[in-house]
Design a protein around this ligand. Sequence first.
Ligand SMILES: Cc1cc2nc3c(=O)[nH]c(=O)nc-3n(C[C@H](O)[C@H](O)[C@H](O)COP(=O)(O)OP(=O)(O)OC[C@H]3O[C@@H](n4cnc5c(N)ncnc54)[C@H](O)[C@@H]3O)c2cc1C
Length: 382
Amino acid sequence: MDFRITPEQEKLRQEVREFVQKDIAPIIAEYDAKDEFPLQIAEKAFKKGFMNVRIPKKYGGHGLGLLDEVIITEELAYGGVGIATSINVNSLGFEPILIAGTEEQKEKYLRPLTEKLSFIAFACSETVVGSDVAGIQCKAWKEGDEYVINGTKYWITNAILADLFVVFAKTGEKRKELSAFIVPADTPGVKVGPPMKKMGLRESPTSALALKQVRIPEENLLGKEGDGFQIAMDTFNSSRPAIGAFGIGLARHALDLAINYAKKRIAFTVPLANFQLIQEMIADMVIGIEAAKGLTYKAAWLIDNGTPNITLSSCAKIYSSEVAMKAALDCLQIWGGRGYLRTNPVEKLVRDAKVLEIYEGTTQIQKIIISGAALGGYYKSN
Ligand SMILES: Cc1cc2nc3c(=O)[nH]c(=O)nc-3n(C[C@H](O)[C@H](O)[C@H](O)COP(=O)(O)OP(=O)(O)OC[C@H]3O[C@@H](n4cnc5c(N)ncnc54)[C@H](O)[C@@H]3O)c2cc1C
């Protein structure tokens, strides 16, 4: 057993780390304060090859694995979970095409993502359903050689930036009778709402998406009619380790801020770092980061090596999110009143960490998946 990442992965990590220090750290607070997407960061990340890394080489991509994506994402999330989300969500968007697309669809829709900075958004959630994907209400039906889509999506990351959407819609009467469609953003009837005002993740735009009698050619269906639910679930199974990476990056940032402050703040004539109650919080952060890394890297490695473990992907997602939340809150505690100020970087970590327990399957949904596997007898520790 070898727990080391490869020299190429280590080099990649260093490159992203430098990019974060140089191009993200100096400006991210300003964009968070303005609720604005820093397009120039995404442009640079794209040019440096930190986006869409899992698109296969035959479609012009980098052909890297999920572990590579996790390493990149962890570093980007150190700089800001919002910008990391907006950069990484392209993977959530193109994953259904990787999973179920035909050669023609892959060539037509993946290649442009590798040629210039462009965005593909994943449109699954609605106002009436989030966790309950099977209950999607947006409808699609066939008319001649076209599909007509009618409905509204909600919470769509990067919708205002996207050239393409992968839209999940109901094509049958029963629950789970869903299909997935590729919808170009300039199709008549597609309308994106203004960015929502969120507690955190403010540099990542999230909007509603209205689809009013949207007509797309039948060749934009992914897989077969009725495959949509499974495509969505398979997509989440490979996207969850990246959420684990968001949590690790954020927790590492919290740890660094906590250490710096604890060493220089004097209380009762000595640095805070001398107090064992402070040391306990620091130790908890280190334990959490290392355990979250173990789960997340292993989940990604198993997927890269053709032996995906859905339970482990869920464990990585839930555990890393909780580590991030606790690390952010403990860091704020160590900073005391200064941690509560909007002019310092700590409160952003708290606001951003919370979303990790919500999107791409809430904490409760991960526990349902994990306990379902254990109780159903199909959980195996590999
Ligand atoms: C910033 C942000 C970005 C997002 N980006 C996207 C995106 O790009 N594309 C997209 O499609 N969606 C996106 N989402 C939506 C996200 O995936 C959903 O918010 C999430 O799945 C939860 O759905 P919900 O908000 O409707 O909560 P609900 O499903 O209504 O759940 C509410 C609460 O009830 C709990 N709950 C629900 N069912 C059960 C159960 N069976 N047992 C126990 N507890 C339960 C949940 O855990 C949660 O605590 C985004 C959300 C946010 C906040």
